[in-house]
Ligand binder design. Structure first.
Ligand code: PMP
Ligand code: GLU
Length: 395
């Protein structure tokens, strides 16, 4: 069979694969502790569900405009004004089937074959594949624990070529939980403006921030960088709505038009009912956010302390999102439960096999010396899971 070379070059999402594996093992009756999924364990709030039920009962079950309903776009504009001090009009907003779809649309809209997109590593597993799907080339800039897993304008400058088209910023970051400051973003913005580069700013974890840190959108630094930035956001993480599939972008009207045109052929509108639910989420009571943040802080604190108390393991404290990058470099080359650990995949395999703990190997995030644990699960599970890891390593 002569299949698409591009299609064959795309690897599956390791985060979704681990999650599916853990859920399957659970369904088979195994006592699996899942640190895999980047998915809040809270239920979608009642008023959001009610808005969806009202949409169904009111017959709001037909096609909508491809890029989303006006009410929702207006609510998203109000959100940008209120939370980020940014002025957008509905013509600059495109609502899509999850932030993942918004990101895919973005790269399709801005990239030509061979264009380079700069990505800080560790990165969220889907960025390189999304860039490749747009016939562009991912260019990685490695970061370290010592630099807080953040890249600098200087590092980005060294990676520029005549083909550089865009830079991805993901703050707070998946998988590291790190947050860029206004000053750090301002330097990156100056560089992007000087070289005419787009910024793809994935702000999906904007509200999940701890320790007094503040979220700054790079688009708010000045008007020039705003013109060159595509902000990606969505309701999945903030409102525990991963299954509803609503994400959105804010960009120049020209980019929004391309995305809307493409989406009109690829998927038509995002689900009409989910759009009404997203409207209720964005414009309604924000109580769930504070509840989740309080729980995430408690879980993170426990997880970070426990990991750093286990010989052979360590981690830095993340200030946002709900992931901890656990450093396993001391274990690489040694044996765990009779198995040689050559990298993060081996470690993740051993944990799943021997003590039924599911986590995501760092290999998929471009850092084989670490594994990612999500703390979007109960404190009870976290305690149990880390105790199992500790007991296995003690043996
Ligand atoms: N960006 C990042 C960094 C993420 O972790 C996720 C998680 N799925 C997404 C985008 C996409 O979110 P969704 O498609 O559920 O809106
Ligand atoms: N983004 C989440 C994660 O990284 C959910 C899974 C996915 O969409 O890849 O785990």
């Amino acid at each position: 069979m002569n299949l698409s070379k591009k299609g064959l070059s795309i690897s599956p999402s390791s985060t979704l694969a681990i999650d599916a594996k853990a859920k399957k093992m659970k369904a088979e009756g195994l006592d699996v502790i899942g640190f895999g999924a980047g998915e809040p364990d809270f239920d979608t709030p009642e008023h959001i569900k009610k808005a969806a039920i009202a949409a169904i009962e009111g017959g709001f079950t037909k096609y909508t405009p491809a890029s989303g309903i006006l009410d929702l776009k207006k609510a998203i504009c109000d959100k940008f004004k209120q939370d980020n001090g940014l002025d957008y009009t509905p013509a600059q907003i495109v609502v899509s089937n999850g932030a993942k779809h918004s990101l895919v649309n973005t790269f399709q809209a801005i990239c030509n074959p061979g264009d380079e997109v700069i990505i800080p590593a560790p990165y969220w597993v889907s960025y390189p594949e999304m860039v490749k799907m747009a016939d562009a080339v991912p260019v990685f800039v490695p970061t370290t624990e010592e630099s807080g897993f953040k890249f600098t304008a200087e590092q980005i400058k060294a990676a520029l070529t005549p083909k550089t088209k865009a830079i991805i910023i993901n703050s707070p970051s998946n998988p590291t939980g790190m947050i860029y400051s206004q000053a750090e973003l301002a330097e990156i913005a100056d560089l992007a403006v000087a070289h005419g580069l787009f910024i793809v700013s994935d702000e999906i974890y904007e509200k999940l921030i701890y320790d007094g840190y503040k979220h700054v959108s790079i688009a708010s630094i000045n008007d020039k960088i705003k013109q060159q930035t595509i902000i990606v956001n969505g309701v999945s993480k903030t409102y525990a709505m991963t299954g509803w599939r609503i994400g959105y972008t804010a960009s120049s009207p020209e980019i929004a038009k391309i995305m809307s045109n493409m989406q009109s052929h690829a998927t038509s509108n995002p689900n009409s009912i989910a759009q009404k639910a997203a409207l209720a989420a964005i414009s309604g009571d924000q109580g769930i956010v504070a509840t989740m943040v309080a729980a995430f802080i408690e879980r993170r604190n426990y997880m970070v302390k426990k990991i750093n108390s286990i010989p052979g393991l360590s981690c830095v404290t993340p200030n946002g999102a709900f992931y901890v990058m656990m450093n396993i470099s001391q274990l690489i080359g040694s044996e765990v439960a009779g198995r040689k650990i050559n990298g993060s995949d081996d470690f993740a395999d051993v944990l799943l096999e021997k003590v039924q703990v599911a986590l995501v190997p760092g290999s998929g995030f471009g850092i084989d010396s670490h594994v990612r644990l999500s703390y979007a699960t109960s404190l009870e599970n976290i305690t149990k899971g880390l105790e199992r890891i500790e007991a296995l390593l003690k043996k």
